[in-house]
Write a protein that binds this ligand. Sequence first.
Ligand code: NAD
Length: 242
Amino acid sequence: MTGGASGIGRATAGLLAERGARVAVLDLDPSPVPAPLLALTADVTDDASVRAAVARAVELLGRLDVLVNNAGIGAQGTVEDNGDEEWRHVFDVNVLGMVRTARAALPHLRRSAHAAIVNTCSVAATAGLPQRALYSATKGAVHSLTLAMAADHVREGIRVNFVNPGTADTPWIGRLLDAAPDPAAERAALEARQPTGRLVSAAEVAGAIAYLASPMSGATTGTALAVDGGMQGLRPRPAAGR
Ligand code: NAD
């Protein structure tokens, strides 16, 4: 899996290992990754680095059944706020990063009897969120890319699905809160946006990814699993209304 050194990825790598999988974590900085997880340095924006890390993972683990494409970065602002270079970079990580790892993994996945790819998308792909033009555009691309990949590989027995987390309590959100003028107020605003009144946990997203990665979801492909506290689908009335 990619981006497994922190947040959602770290929780997912831990859960998959707990359930008996042998997991390789590809990350820019895999130093926080504890054994028995296999820590491999890789930059998803660099095709050679991704190919080398996937080859090394297969060499050490002997096979590949599941790819979790989770590495991603954020961007804030409206269309007026991010320059072309930042647009290219965030697309390079969030979208092309998944293309590169899938390209490197597919020949190995074809040999598995239970092959699955799970992409980490976001509620931002389908709900208009303020100040997230670039980030949302990348996740919209991940949404479409996942559906196209699911169609391309269904006859090869490779399932491709995605999770759509809402605002999840990870170091990423910690960094955003730290940068806000009033972190406590910012956190309260994010919590209030969730119909459940609280942020999503990394463990909850990990559980959804593990389900889509497992043969238990063997008839599920081209499907989004929302893990967003109801943010996309529910319209509760404000202030505990019924
Ligand atoms: P995080 O910042 O805690 O972890 C992201 C990991 O990706 C880090 O370990 C980082 O080193 C790695 N990474 C970044 N760029 C990389 C690159 N070029 N090559 C390899 N690894 C790289 O973030 P998180 O909150 O756990 O987010 C994980 C995924 O979940 C992202 O795709 C993000 O878009 C998505 N997501 C997060 C939230 C949220 O609220 N936290 C909500 C919806 C979707």
